[in-house]
Design a protein around this ligand. Structure first.
Ligand code: ACO
Length: 335
């Protein structure tokens, strides 16, 4: 039997510490003007020294469970999308499971860079649709500040830390995920990667000396890929859902760079007022980005029962993912 799967609870967590562009001017040769005009980012949040990715994930997950009015013991599965796990193993999802007390839940991590939230959401929906599980917790969480080279002005201005969570469960027919698409092009993996610390280049004095434990990125290559794939993934998934661009009430794209969003969505003729943006406040929060934007859009009253919402992400891998959701107002579900 196929059940309709949708979001029944949302949460997010942003660390308290705000780092402005002006502060970065003191670290590297950059300027507020360069960062703002090239990226649209004004400030970002950076995790406290004692916070790891699981701490951010747990806070977002707790908020999502409250929103869904669900106990942790009612979760069947936890998927954490991250590229900055607390440790290589165990999975950060297992750390979240333990902290929540989600004793019934299976748990695994998913690595899809900034597409992580959309990848995890679509993965979760398959378990619900198939009838295998009732409630799946999806978390997108990253602490890229720990993987960022704070001497590299080409990357350190772009990222921020954060987490977003969603409880995915059954919704009435006609609601929930109407279309979904996942993609990858591993031949572009070398445009955005972290060279050392895995089995190919284990940590050594040489890898440390070469600063190989930090993110390496070819900005212009990722930019070209992002603009192209955001447009394709958006149009394809809308068609799959049997809708047109005009039927989408709100676009929630990955918040990497305002120019990427402008060059793709706005070029397709999507008006500004139908695109949710928060890249100015948080920068690129990687796997958390689309989820934080969705949670903020709902909290801001930008999403109503029956609205068609488009989520689209792209990132390391290279990967991309998109989904169309018919929004189910959970207040009806929760009575
Ligand atoms: N401040 C000042 N100057 C800078 C900075 C900075 N922070 N960063 C780069 N520059 C300089 C460069 O050194 C270069 O100078 P040069 O010509 O003297 O060498 C000049 O600015 C232009 O550099 P480009 O890299 O060509 O600049 P571009 O206009 O492409 O903007 C940017 C760079 C913002 C990184 C852009 O390419 C971009 O947004 N790319 C996509 C990045 C992205 O989205 N990554 C995340 C993917 S998702 C994930 O999975 C994590």
């Amino acid at each position: 039997m196929i059940y309709s799967a949708g979001i029944i609870g949302l949460g997010k967590y942003l660390p308290e510490r705000i780092v402005t562009n002006r502060e970065l001017e003191e670290l590297v040769d950059t300027s507020d003007e360069w960062i703002t005009t090239r990226t649209g980012i004004s400030e970002r949040r950076i995790a406290a020294a004692e916070q790891a990715t699981s701490d951010l994930a747990i806070a977002a997950a707790q908020e999502a469970l409250l929103d869904a009015r669900l106990g942790a013991d009612e979760l069947d599965l936890i998927i954490v999308a991250t590229i900055s796990p607390d440790m290589i193993f165990p999975a950060t999802a297992c750390l979240v499971q333990a902290a929540l007390g989600a004793t019934k839940a299976a748990a695994f991590d998913l690595s899809a860079g900034c597409s992580g939230y959309v990848y995890a959401l679509i993965t979760a929906a398959q378990f619900i649709a198939a009838g295998l599980y009732q409630n799946v917790l999806v978390v997108g969480a990253d602490t890229l500040s720990r993987l960022t080279d704070w001497q590299d002005r080409r990357t350190c201005v772009l990222f921020g830390d954060g987490a977003a969570a969603a409880v995915v469960g059954r919704v009435p027919d006609g609601y929930g995920i109407l279309g979904s698409l996942l993609g990858a092009d591993g031949t572009g993996g070398n445009h955005l990667y972290l060279p050392a610390g895995g089995s190919r280049r284990p940590a050594s004095p040489e890898t440390l000396e070469n600063r190989e434990h930090y993110i390496k990125m070819s900005g212009p290559e990722v930019f070209k890929f992002a603009v192209k794939v955001m447009e394709e993934a958006t149009l394809q998934v809308i068609e799959q859902a049997g809708l047109t661009l005009a039927d989408i009430d709100l676009f929630v794209p990955h918040q990497a760079n305002i120019r990427i969003i402008d060059s793709s969505l706005h070029r397709m003729g999507v008006p500004h007022e139908r695109v949710f943006l928060n890249v100015d406040k948080y920068g690129n929060t990687s796997a958390a980005s689309v989820g934080i934007a969705l949670a903020e859009a709902v909290a801001a009253g930008r999403v109503h029962d029956g609205d068609n919402i488009l989520l689209v992400g792209f990132g390391a891998g290279l990967t991309w993912g998109s989904a169309v959701l018919k929004w189910y107002d959970r207040r009806q579900l929760n009575g």
